[in-house]
Design a protein around this ligand. Structure first.
Ligand code: SAM
Length: 452
């Protein structure tokens, strides 16, 4: 690969002749692919799980098909192995309040969801509108019910949520040097000054993240670049300005320490981790884990999100749907209606007025005239064994279904809502009437699978 000459000179200077040559040579190696399985879903079948990644519970080496049942149902998620170590370092505890501030397309958020098991609250934020839509799709596919997806700039969010989160992940926009191998076009943006420009934006983002983290909370900072300006120097700046301590990250699999000499020589910078493609089997990342100093200041209680009192008719329609659909009726509390759309909120969602919300917990469905229609998101969030009427379909039928076609079914099937499953995974609700399973797969998500 033809690396920019300024890039080579810079890293030759930083790493020395011997290491830098190994580093440059690694850009000619094959890309490392990986994927994670989703613990919220049924056991994954029809996927090669022979190469587990040791340092993460859910990760495997290998390339997956984005148009497979496993991927579309959210049972697996494609993620490059070094990016997987970020979620591993961030590893939230059950019931925490977590913010993923720069979250699209959702690799790290879905990993955080895997650890949270739909407890607590994850606010998954993305500043870019189009990217926030993709993030929403991925979070939904994963079957998350504890996640609010917002489309906000960090400053607006910080005004609303001071000292609120137990844990914040800033997977920062960066100069993307670790992307060169995967996406050589990333080199077109690169120039010697680019890391400094990116570092300015990273500091702006971190100033806001700091406002939202509670005293004693944990901040995880990561980039997919090798530039010290965006890595060790950012962490040194955080320590200097906000008194954070740098926590130790345990390293395996040829992970390297952070380099104090590339910043202010603070020896604690070694606690950070560098994943270099000439040592580690991945594209490259920098990760730091920090703790915000404790303080005596009592944080002010935030106003809760305003819930909706359903009308008598809405309550009846919802209960009728629940009783007919679920084997054991779940208690949906924290209900919010936007027009006819009904959502269930995770606990502890504060007032988010003036924040653009792309997804609020779980979209349960829509009130239509005299009926309640379940959402696609609900079909991805339930387990098939919770549902009274389940209709397993073949992969061929699934291909028709995601294309928007109806399916012919056994005439003896009772009419009503069925959870369609394929390869054991919930893939959508369908209404069966007169030997036909109607298609409710969202129009915007439909796709055709090309036959070889
Ligand atoms: N965490 C994501 C994942 O694992 O899928 C990848 C995040 S990517 C490295 C950085 C994200 O930061 C991009 O989606 C980008 O749109 C967003 N971003 C860009 N400028 C930003 C800003 N000023 N504040 C917050 N986020 C920003």
């Amino acid at each position: 690969m033809k690396l920019p000459i300024d890039f080579k000179n810079k890293y030759r200077e930083l790493m020395g002749e011997v290491e830098s040559e190994k580093f440059f040579d690694s850009f000619d190696n094959e890309i490392t692919h990986g994927f994670r399985i989703n613990p919220l879903k049924e056991k994954v079948i029809d996927e090669n799980l022979s190469k587990p990644i040791k340092y993460t519970e859910f990760g495997y080496y290998g390339k997956i098909n984005g148009k497979s049942v496993n991927h579309q149902s959210g049972a697996i998620y494609s993620q490059e192995p070094s990016a997987m170590f970020v979620g591993e370092v961030a590893k939230p505890q059950l019931n925490e309040k977590v913010l993923d501030l720069c979250a699209a397309p959702g690799g790290k958020s879905t990993h955080l969801i895997s650890y949270m098991h739909n407890t607590g609250l994850l606010v998954s934020n993305e500043i870019d509108y189009k990217r926030s839509k993709v993030l929403t799709e991925n979070v939904e596919r994963f079957g998350a019910t504890n996640t609010v997806v917002t489309n906000s700039d960090p400053k607006t969010l910080a005004k609303k949520l001071p000292n609120f989160f137990d844990r914040i992940l800033v997977d920062a926009p960066c100069s993307g040097e670790g992307m060169f191998r995967k996406n050589p076009d990333a080199m077109d943006y690169w120039n010697l000054d680019y890391p400094v420009e990116c570092a300015k934006r990273q500091r702006e983002i971190l100033i806001e993240a700091n406002k939202m983290l509670r005293p004693g909370g944990e901040l995880i900072y990561s980039t997919c670049t090798f530039a010290p300006e965006e890595d060790e120097q950012i962490i040194a700046w955080l320590v200097d300005n906000f008194d954070y301590s740098i926590d130790v990250i345990n390293k395996t699999d040829n992970m390297n320490d952070g380099r104090p000499e590339w910043a202010d020589n603070n020896p604690d910078l070694q606690n950070c981790v560098r994943l270099f493609p000439h040592n580690f089997n991945g594209e490259g990342h920098f990760i730091a884990k920090l703790t915000k100093p404790n303080s005596e200041i009592e944080s002010k209680k935030l106003k809760p999100f305003k819930l909706t009192q359903l009308s008598k008719e809405q309550t009846e329609l919802l209960n009728e749907f629940i009783n007919l659909t679920f084997k054991t009726s779940p208690k949906f509390t924290n209900l919010v209606c936007f027009g006819d759309e009904l959502f269930v909120l995770p606990n502890e969602v504060p007032d988010l007025s003036k924040i653009k919300i792309s997804r609020l917990g779980l979209h349960l469905g829509t009130f239509k005239k005299k009926r309640f229609e379940p959402s696609y998101a609900l079909s991805l969030a339930v387990k098939p064994d919770q549902i009274s009427k389940v209709l397993p379909i073949s992969e061929e039928e699934w291909q028709k279904y995601v294309h928007g076609e109806t399916l012919s079914v056994d005439p003896s099937l009772e009419k009503g809502w069925y959870l369609l499953t394929c390869q054991g995974q919930g893939i959508g609700f369908s209404k069966v009437v007169n030997s036909v399973a109607k298609n409710f797969f969202p129009k915007g998500l439909r796709f055709a699978i090309k036959k070889d």
